[in-house]
Write a protein that binds this ligand. Structure first.
Ligand code: PEP
Length: 256
C-alpha cells in the first residue's frame, strides 16, 4: 500500500510574513504527525525561510516547479541542483504550467529525470480539460500524460502522481470521488503497473481539484486514492490541518 501524502500548493500566494505564519501554524499542529507525509510547497523565494520554520516538525518541504538543466543561460529559472538539500519534493507538470507556460509532456519528462537525478521526489500532475472530459477522452488523455511524462524513466520509487482534472482546479467544483477513482485506477494505476509491474502499485496517487475538509474523507476512502494535492485550502492553517487529519483517518480507520 503506497504511503498517504497530502501536499499544499501555495502557488504565487503569500508574502514572507504570511508564509512564515502559515508554516509555523501547520508545522506546530502537525509536528509529530505519523502515517502521512505532509508537504508544503511555498513560492521559491520563501523555501529557505519556510524550511527554517518547519525545522523540528514532521512536515516536509517541496518546490512548485524547476528547470531541467543543471545550470546555464536560463534567466529566471531554478535548477534541481539548487533545490537539492533545500527541499525534498517538487511539483512538476501542474496544469497551470502546462496551460499558461506551454509545458509539454516531453519537457515535463526532462524535468522529472532531472529531479530524480538530484534526489528530489517528483509529484507528476496530470489531468484532462473540460472539453476532453465531455468528449469521453479523460482516461486516455491522462494515461498518455503518464506514459509520456515517464518515458525512459526506470526507477519510480520516489515518484507520486497527482490527478488534477483541469476543470476542478480552483473552481469549487471537485470531481466526484467515484469519477476520480475511476480515472486514477484505469488511467493512471493501470499504466504504472503495465510499465513498472509491482513497483507501479507503490506510487502514491493523489487527487487534486477543490479539495476541502468536507470532501477529503470521501476521496481518501477510495482504494485508488492515497492522498491529495491541495491548492486554495492549503492557505488556511485550520482547513489544511483538518484535511490532513481527515485523510489520515480515512486511510487508517480505527480497528474495530
Ligand atoms: C492545485 O493548485 O493543484 C489545486 C488543486 O488547487 P485547488 O485545491 O484550489 O483546486
Amino acid at each position: 500500500m503506497p504511503e498517504t501524502v497530502v501536499v499544499g500548493n501555495w502557488k504565487m500566494n503569500t508574502n514572507l510574513g504570511q508564509a512564515l505564519e502559515l508554516a509555523a501554524g501547520i508545522g506546530n499542529q502537525l509536528k509529530n504527525m505519523t502515517g502521512v507525509q505532509v508537504v508544503l510547497c511555498p513560492p521559491f523565494p520563501f523555501l529557505s525561510s519556510v524550511g527554517g520554520a518547519l525545522r523540528g516538525s514532521a512536515v516536509r518541504l517541496g518546490a512548485q516547479n524547476m528547470h531541467w538543466e543543471d545550470s546555464g543561460a536560463f534567466t529566471g529559472e531554478v535548477a534541481a541542483q539548487m533545490l537539492q538539500g533545500l527541499c525534498e519534493y517538487v511539483i512538476l507538470g501542474h496544469s497551470e504550467r502546462r496551460q499558461l507556460f506551454g509545458e509539454t509532456d516531453e519537457l515535463i519528462n526532462r524535468k522529472i529525470r532531472a529531479a530524480l537525478s538530484h534526489g528530489l521526489r517528483p509529484i507528476l500532475c496530470v489531468g484532462e480539460t473540460l472539453d476532453e472530459r465531455e468528449s469521453g477522452k479523460a482516461k486516455t488523455v491522462v494515461a498518455e500524460q503518464v506514459r509520456r511524462g515517464l518515458a525512459d524513466i526506470v526507477d519510480i520509487t520516489s515518484l507520486a502522481v497527482a490527478y488534477e482534472p483541469v476543470w476542478a482546479i480552483g473552481s469549487g467544483l471537485a470531481a466526484t470521488p467515484e469519477i476520480a477513482a475511476e480515472v486514477m485506477s484505469e488511467g493512471i494505476l493501470e499504466v504504472l503497473r503495465e510499465l513498472y509491474a509491482d513497483a507501479g502499485s507503490e506510487v502514491p496517487l493523489l487527487y487534486g481539484g477543490s479539495v476541502n475538509p468536507s470532501n477529503i474523507g470521501e476521496f481518501a476512502a477510495q482504494t485508488s486514492i492515497h492522498g491529495a494535492l491541495v491548492g486554495g485550502a492549503s492557505l488556511q492553517v485550520s482547513q489544511f490541518v483538518q484535511i490532513v487529519n481527515l485523510a489520515l483517518a480515512a486511510k487508517s480507520p480505527p480497528a474495530s
